[in-house]
Design a protein around this ligand. Structure first.
Ligand code: HEC
Length: 324
């Protein structure tokens, strides 16, 4: 009796092993593109980690393989693979569950994360949507008041005239920079204006980029969240009232310098962290030949006050005090 049960066991395990082998072949051919060659995850999720969304029983795995998760780009395989192949693939998936393989992306040490970071030496610059952050409408005379838009379907490549969407409630045209915990800022390229600065952590880009390496970005919003403490928000009229036009930016030793026209002047603006946490030094250069009067927003100070002599107007610094 003892012998029999042992050989039965052996038979069983050999059978399972063969299914896993066959399942592995199916997996390599149809699934590895997305889930990685060993199931460790690529554009599709890691199947070997603890995060199991759709169940770990064989029946549940078969179901998700058959039906897919169309909303999340997991294809349905019922019409492509036969029942045996699906069963084998499910056996293979079950056999790798819990192996906790390192995601391929992690293995190659990518810097892809939803929390980008810069440093003092190598600031990080991103053109991104940003939240309005409580700034009043009159800061944004050059932003169109985006009306409702027809819903676009990436699948058909067409707009649906019946479905209407509100425009995204953020600022679409910012350049946002991080110097590490000391200073981050958002410059609006439509208004040619420093909007706000903060210190501490930079941005949570999950709304835009999705979570981790598995994608899954929220479709509701492209607007990242500011993670640190806001030190400055602009207010009142533009520093140089008049027409504005963004000309781009260049980098000087890795530090971005905004170039724009405002109030008839060519202006460059370099913003760098000061000594204290959250302190910002805004160095302006202009081609002004005359004295100018600045419209200083609250929280920005000038050594020479608001009225600059012709020589001061060519190059001056405005300071934003940091956190207290
Ligand atoms: C085009 C990319 C793609 C391919 C090809 C693909 N998958 Fe997926 N798969 C995904 C994505 C994306 C998800 C995540 C679904 C979700 O978030 O709900 C997923 C989820 C799964 C899950 C559920 C994981 C869980 O956490 O519960 C299993 C199991 C799975 N896939 C198995 C397979 C198998 C087996 C194949 C091949 C027959 C395969 N997948 C092919 C993209 C893919």
């Amino acid at each position: 009796m003892k012998k029999l049960s042992l050989s039965m066991l052996l038979l069983l395990s050999i059978g399972t092993f063969a299914d896993i082998k066959k399942g592995q072949q199916v997996f390599t051919q149809f699934c590895a593109n997305c889930h990685g060659d060993k199931g460790q995850g690529l554009v599709g999720p890691n199947l070997t980690d603890k995060e199991i969304l759709h169940g770990s029983s064989k029946a549940e795995i078969e179901k998700v393989i058959k039906e897919g998760v169309l909303a999340k780009a997991m294809p349905a395989w019922a019409t492509i693979l036969n029942d045996q192949q699906i069963s084998d693939a499910a056996d293979y998936v079950k056999s790798i569950m819990g192996k906790n393989l390192k995601n391929g992306f992690v293995a190659v040490k990518t810097t892809v994360s939803s929390y980008p970071k810069g440093t003092l030496e190598k600031p990080y610059l991103i053109r991104t949507y940003m939240p309005v952050n409580g700034l009043s409408d009159d800061i944004f005379p050059n932003h169109g008041k985006g009306g409702d838009v027809n819903k676009y379907s990436p699948r058909s490549g067409k707009e649906d005239p019946k479905k209407v969407q509100k425009p995204i409630p953020g600022l679409p045209s910012t350049i946002t920079v991080n110097f590490g915990p000391k200073l981050s800022y958002t410059f609006d390229t439509l208004e040619c204006r420093l909007l706000y600065t903060w210190s501490g952590d930079f941005l949570d880009m999950t709304n835009y980029w999705g979570k981790g390496t598995g994608g899954n970005r929220s479709r509701k919003s492209y607007i990242p969240n500011i993670m640190g403490d806001i030190n400055f928000k602009t207010s009142g009229a533009h520093l140089f009232p008049g027409k504005v036009q963004f000309k781009g930016y260049r980098k000087e030793n890795g530090i971005p310098i905004m170039l724009y026209k405002a109030g008839g002047l060519n202006i460059s603006l370099k913003i760098t962290p000061g000594k204290n946490l959250g302190e910002a030094i805004c160095e302006y250069r202009t081609d002004s030949k005359d004295a100018i009067k600045l419209n200083l927003p609250k929280g920005m100070t000038s050594k020479s006050g608001q009225s600059l002599s012709p020589s001061e107007a060519k190059a001056f610094s405005l300071i934003i005090k940091g956190a207290k």
